[in-house]
Design a protein around this ligand. Structure first.
Ligand code: G1P
Ligand code: ZN
Length: 543
């Protein structure tokens, strides 16, 4: 066995963000860049000799190269076995599923999620622990600290390993097992949902369209929706994963999933539409000419959970990220179960789920999931919806409107200002923090500010504290404006403004969200001085 120790110098910019380390592909292609980060992971997590690692990515450009490097480094760092998705591909939820099912030590997931791919696109890498979830902040902080002091890494000198068929090979003392990425995941889904009920729904006049956005979920969706559930062939569109996602932006929202949106808002639209992102963990849910906000979707799944086999026993509790609307809080209140508010990013849900405090959780950023894995899960959300639709036999729109009538409607929208000069974005945030004292108690039209703060979270399980998680402006009637800097961008700074207004009056529920939020948007721009400080009149994306 030829293990080489390669001398290297640390990079100063390997701080994991909201979801692992994300950079442009050329950054990862710098000599030693990927290797340094991988060694920092291995040095931080100290896997016992002979441990099993799960490895896979969303198939974007550089995935194959990175997989081969990581395999050789895993062999040189004492792993006993690596389970790799065929072709080096695993969706993020499938990776989480496989880590848990095979009781692996952990996994390395290669993805930049919904960010565009290709030679000039984004790439990313993160470590998930044995619970199948993203490493906690304590671990990512250690990884960053190690990366700043690294002087060498270990790698096996060996030929590349075949990955395109289900086979086992050895790499030094380590076994590499190529696994079918789809079957374990599909089996898990079949254990949670009533496939017979969904099959009979899909074999009637009910039509669906799922947009895989040329990303990782294509094969999963074909297997589950078309083969196992009998949806008409062609129900899954853009189903072949491409290294550059067909030049698209694989983010399932009304702006980027435009192929699907055209169909769902066109003549003869199907009854149900959905899309997922680059690595398969996000989802967008649409009815016929009807958009379900992710925050409403979470609330609705919680309210209807007992209709679904895997959740028939009820929910232990629910959790949402801080900027996500409080729609699910109202459901939790009605069900008399706990509701947790966490910082942005899936890693904060893991402890709550491991401790049995939470069954469902979600984020406004098109992420929904449950304790079946420790990642958000795009296809799972789609199947949950289909199961509810199969039981309730009503349209998506009617189910949502009935939900609002019962719980009230939380109008919601997010404005993203992408690619801002970092100083200007930081300036807006600092200005807001400096204004807390004067803002509290101020009235703007029918809205009056009750409190302002910088969100801080104390993990109820391990007591760890995460500060500086976003500026909150909270109004007396439950409405909120949140300002936050993105932790996943790779260029300049992205400022996100989250707007939420609660409306109990059913006669106002049909209003368009932008219309209903107009006043709050005006307040947000006014108090933040965003337009003058950044020179931006309009957001880049509104979701
Ligand atoms: C964004 C979303 C966040 C999500 C993350 C990973 O992070 O806002 O909810 O967990 O992507 O998918 P951000 O760029 O806001 O830090
Ligand atoms: Zn994703």
């Amino acid at each position: 066995m030829n293990i080489r120790t390669i001398a290297t110098r640390p990079f100063s910019d390997q701080k994991p963000g909201t979801s692992g380390l994300r950079k442009k592909v050329p950054a990862f292609q710098q000599p030693h860049y990927l290797e340094n980060f991988v060694q920092s992971i291995f040095d931080s997590v100290s896997a016992p000799k002979g441990s099993t690692l799960v490895l896979g990515g969303d198939g974007r450009y550089y995935n194959r190269t990175a997989i081969q490097i990581i395999l050789k480094m895993a062999a040189a760092n004492g792993f006993g076995q690596v389970l790799v998705g065929r072709g080096g591909i695993l969706s993020t939820p499938a990776a989480s599923c496989v880590i848990r099912k095979y009781q692996a030590f952990g996994g390395i997931i290669l993805s930049a999620s919904h960010n565009p791919g290709g030679p000039d696109g984004d790439f990313g890498i993160k470590f998930n622990g044995s619970n199948g979830g993203p490493a906690t902040e304590a671990v990512t902080d250690t990884i960053f600290a190690k990366s700043k002091a690294l002087s060498s890494y270990r790698i096996l000198e060996a030929a590349d390993v075949p990955l395109d068929s289900l086979c086992e090979t050895t790499l030094g003392d380590m076994q590499v097992k190529v696994i079918d990425p789809v079957s374990d995941y599909a089996d898990l889904m079949e254990s949670l949902f009533d496939f017979a009920a969904i099959r009979s729904l899909l074999q009637g006049s009910f039509k669906i369209k799922f947009d895989a956005m040329h990303a990782v979920n294509g094969p999963y969706a074909r297997e589950i929706l078309e083969r196992r559930l009998g949806a008409a062939s062609g129900s899954v569109m853009n189903a072949v994963p491409l290294e550059d996602f067909g030049g698209g932006h694989p983010d399932p929202n009304l702006t980027y999933a435009h192929d699907l949106v055209e169909i769902m808002y066109g003549a003869d639209a199907p009854d149900f539409g959905a899309a997922s992102d680059g690595d398969g963990d996000r989802n967008m849910i649409l009815g016929k000419r009807f958009f379900v906000t992710p925050s409403d979707s979470l609330a609705l799944l919680a309210a209807n959970a007992t209709l679904v086999r895997g959740y028939a026993g009820g929910l232990a509790g629910v959790a949402r990220s801080m900027p996500t609307s409080a729609a699910v809080d109202r459901v939790a209140h009605a069900l008399d179960i706990p509701c947790f508010e966490t910082p942005t990013g899936w890693k904060f849900f893991g402890n709550l789920m491991d401790a049995g405090k939470v069954t469902l959780c979600g984020e406004e950023s098109f992420g929904t999931g449950s304790s079946h894995v420790r990642e958000k899960d795009g296809l799972w959300a789609v199947l949950f919806w289909l199961n509810i639709l199969a039981v309730r036999k009503q349209s998506v729109e009617i189910i949502v409107r009935e939900h609002w009538a019962r719980f009230g409607r939380n109008f919601y929208s997010r404005y993203d200002y992408e690619g801002l000069p970092t100083e200007a974005a930081n300036g807006v945030m600092q200005h807001l923090r400096d204004s807390f004292a004067t803002l509290a108690g101020t009235a703007f039209g029918r809205y009056s500010i009750q409190t302002c703060d910088d969100f801080s979270y104390t993990d109820p399980v391990d007591g760890s504290i995460s500060k500086g998680q976003g500026v909150r402006i909270l109004f007396g009637d439950g409405s909120r404006i949140i300002f936050r800097l993105s932790g996943t961008g790779t260029e300049g700074a992205t400022l996100r403004v989250y707007l939420e207004a609660f409306e109990a009056d059913v006669s106002r529920h049909p209003l368009d969200a932008q219309e209903a939020l107009k006043e709050l948007i005006g307040i947000a721009l006014h108090v933040s001085e965003l337009q003058t400080r950044t020179g931006r009149e309009q957001p880049t994306v509104i979701t």
